[in-house]
Design a binder for this molecule. Structure first.
Ligand SMILES: [Ca+2]
Length: 212
């Protein structure tokens, strides 16, 4: 039934366009979502096509972003998908794959056009090629156990007194960056331990890095 309707509709549109009632390009597209999944390296795009052709073809392009426009020097994907399946309500979803090695930068456009679509649409998506996201910083959580308490002040003081005795991890050192200027591990002093203790005793106290 749906096929018959589509066929009829195509026939009507063909007639209509041949007598010039409609503009030739009366197919619209709207991209609803564009997301990247780092684990599967898959970009998933969803949207809606109005007046989709019975045999809809879509062109898909992905580029970097430069000056808020397409960066044609970084085309990372381009393809044409023929006989594309569009839902009865015009909805569509398409996937393509981008690997870390193909991509530089974090923000990309995906642009979708196709048969009869006069105005292709594009949407930005976030591509992270920087590995795992940075863990959340909890300033003062030197032992990186997710809690800021007196043990963190003690660990920092132990570290200052005897660096070899306290095993502060890389994430612990990130949490220890409570001063405005980043410190190297050998630059921490008892004052850092003191500030952490102050914060533990008074949550209203702001580390230098938290003051604006
Ligand atoms: Ca802690």
């Amino acid at each position: 039934m749906k096929k018959l309707f589509s066929a009829l509709l195509a026939g009507v549109m063909l007639t209509a366009s041949s007598i010039g009632v409609y503009a030739a390009d009366d197919t619209t597209i709207e991209i609803k979502t564009a997301k990247y999944d780092k684990t599967t390296e898959k970009v998933s795009v969803t949207g809606v096509i109005g007046n989709a052709a019975s045999s809809q073809s879509l062109t898909v392009m992905s580029t970097g972003i430069k000056n808020e426009g397409f960066d044609m020097d970084t085309i990372v994907y381009i393809d044409q998908k023929d006989n594309f399946t569009v839902g009865a309500d015009g909805s569509f979803s398409l996937d393509f794959y981008l690997s870390d090695s193909a991509v530089k930068g974090n923000n990309y456009f995906v642009r979708v056009g196709g048969t009869g679509i006069a105005s292709p649409e594009h949407m930005a998506f976030l591509f992270s090629d920087s590995g795992d996201p940075e863990p959340d910083i909890l300033y003062g959580d030197v032992n990186n156990d997710g809690v800021r308490d007196v043990n963190d002040a003690v660990m920092m003081l132990n570290y200052v007194l005897n660096p070899a005795s306290a095993n502060i991890t890389d994430d612990g050192f990130k949490n220890a960056q409570i001063n405005e200027e980043a410190k190297k591990p050998n630059e921490f002093t008892a004052a850092d331990a003191s500030m952490i203790l102050k914060k533990v005793l008074d949550s209203n106290y702001n580390f230098p890095v938290e003051r604006k």
